[in-house]
Design a protein around this ligand. Structure first.
Ligand code: DQA
Length: 139
């Protein structure tokens, strides 16, 4: 059974109430429950982690070294955290970058992802389905 770690960064604990026109109405718990159901069908085991703190995300990525994959929504850190990029580079575990919104269709500062070049792939713009598509990429 494959083990996949789902890591969510800053403000993603606010899903459901935070800018629903941008991020939808599902809570992070709703999304995680949906992923758990999908994972069951794919014979995958999931672990979930969320933090608003950059260093905790770095530690979570390092700790996923034994997993088969990481699905990472780094939130705003996507756009400027070299520490998170270096953490991704430092583990062999493939990391798939996800975003609920299409970051390329939003403000200019969101068009740059400093983590994309060190990720296995990126999925953006499909709401909660971005996570599901990322999960399937490990099947
Ligand atoms: C986000 C996009 C980021 O630009 C933003 O800072 C987020 C959420 C997304 O899932 O669409 O916090 O990662």
């Amino acid at each position: 059974m494959k083990k996949i770690v789902i890591i969510n960064g800053p403000n993603l604990n606010m899903l459901g109430v935070r800018e629903p026109e941008q991020y939808g109405t599902l809570t992070l718990e709703n999304i995680n429950a949906m992923l758990t159901a999908r994972a069951h069908a794919l014979d995958m085991q999931l672990e979930f982690f969320q933090s608003n703190i950059e260093g905790e995300l770095v530690t979570a990525i390092q700790s996923a070294a034994d997993a088969d994959g990481v699905i990472l929504n780094a939130g705003a850190y996507t756009h400027y955290s070299i520490a998170i990029r270096d953490a991704i580079s430092s583990v062999k575990t493939p990391v798939v970058e996800v975003h609920l919104s299409n970051i390329h269709a939003r403000e200019d500062f969101r068009h740059v992802s400093v983590i994309s070049p060190v990720c296995k792939g990126s999925v953006a713009g499909f709401g909660e389905m971005s996570y599901v598509l990322a999960l399937y990429s490990f099947s």
